[in-house]
Design a protein around this ligand. Structure first.
Ligand code: TXA
Ligand code: MG
Length: 313
């Protein structure tokens, strides 16, 4: 199903057999928990217990939207969804087709679907129906085409089970925005320090990765690195937002957007094109060191670490 962040591989969150098929299709380790997607804030209590006021504040402010809340789970949430943990990740996606699907599913089923990103484990997340078709093809029964995902990177994950809110995965909604919302509305102390937990596969050092080796290079060193690669006879693909393109037969140059929201919107589609170019090396200009670029920088860092491994050959 389409969502505003990335496409999700959805199964009835109450049906362990259906959820098991997600792990099979993705090739994902079974102890990695999934996000439960709900179609209305009122469904929260069906999945979570001991819900703190911060959860209601954040849901009211950001749902439907690219924010996942980690909460204590209701006892009857299947272990297949939570990875056997006592917590559950929940979000209400902001995409008309996803919301329509969830609404219809509330009439005939549990009204909630568990859905990881609809890519093979560790690989680049899909932001278009064609990406899902390419990655999962016949492994899925149906692909709902909802166009390009508006946000383009996965939701911000905030853990509300540890006393102080903790951002487990940065996203379009920044830690600063979450802190501001909680401070303004609840007078809470500055929360939401970024602090990855081991059970978040999006927090693995290697993730979102192309098969071609990918290097991050600061803008002022980019052209020098390009020249160095060319002198070694390498073919390269470049993704840069500030450095002007270099014309050379061995260089494929992608000009990225200058602002974080547009850059994020195009990021995974660009990474897929760069990877498909069949070059020796992908060079990516490091994004600015600013809060609104934090999520993009996070994904690029993991893409670099996980790159260059092609288990299909
Ligand atoms: O934007 C998104 O969140 C997309 C769309 C489809 O909604 N979904 C997504 O799912 O990115 P996935 O499975 O690729 O990443 C979800 C992350 C995983 O890293 C998982 O470990 C973490 O959320 N997660 C889920 N439940 C959790 C829990 N109870 N505690 C800690 N982390 C959890
Ligand atoms: Mg994923």
């Amino acid at each position: 199903m389409p969502t505003e962040t990335v496409y999700g591989l959805a199964a009835d969150a109450r049906n362990p057999a259906a959820v098991a098929k997600i792990f099979a299709a993705k090739g994902r380790p079974a102890d990695h928990p999934l996000i439960v997607h709900i179609g209305a804030i009122g469904q929260l209590e069906q999945w979570a217990r001991d819900i703190p006021p911060a959860a209601h504040l954040l849901a009211a402010q950001y749902w439907p939207g690219p924010l996942t809340l980690i909460l204590k789970r209701q006892p009857d949430v299947p272990d297949a969804v939570t990875g056997g943990q006592d917590t559950v990740g929940i979000r209400m996606p902001n995409h008309p087709l996803a919301l329509e699907l969830l609404k219809a599913f509330a009439v005939i089923g549990s009204g909630a679907v568990a859905a990881p990103s609809a890519n093979k484990f560790g690989r680049i997340s899909p932001t278009r129906a064609a990406h899902v078709q390419h990655d999962l093809g016949d492994a899925v029964a149906m692909i709902l085409d909802g166009g390009e995902s508006a946000v383009g990177i996965e939701s911000t994950i905030v853990d509300l089970t540890r006393g102080t809110p903790v951002v487990l995965r940065p996203g379009a909604i920044t830690a600063e925005e979450i802190a501001a919302t909680l401070h303004e509305k609840a007078g809470a102390d500055a929360p939401a320090a970024s602090h990855p937990a081991p059970r978040v596969s999006g927090a693995l050092a290697a993730h979102y990765a192309p098969r071609t080796p990918l290097q991050l290079i600061a803008g002022d060193g980019l052209l020098r690195q390009v020249e160095a690669c060319l002198s070694k006879g390498q073919t390269i693909a470049v993704l840069a937002y500030s450095v002007s393109p270099l014309r050379h037969p061995a260089v494929l140059w992608f000009a990225a957007a200058h602002d974080a929201p547009h850059y994020a919107h195009d990021l995974y589609a660009n990474l897929r094109l760069l990877d498909a170019a069949g070059v020796d090396l992908i060079l990516v200009e490091s994004p600015p060191n600013q809060a609104e670029w934090h999520a993009v920088a996070d994904r690029l860092g993991r893409a670099a670490v996980g790159s260059g491994v092609d288990e299909s050959t």
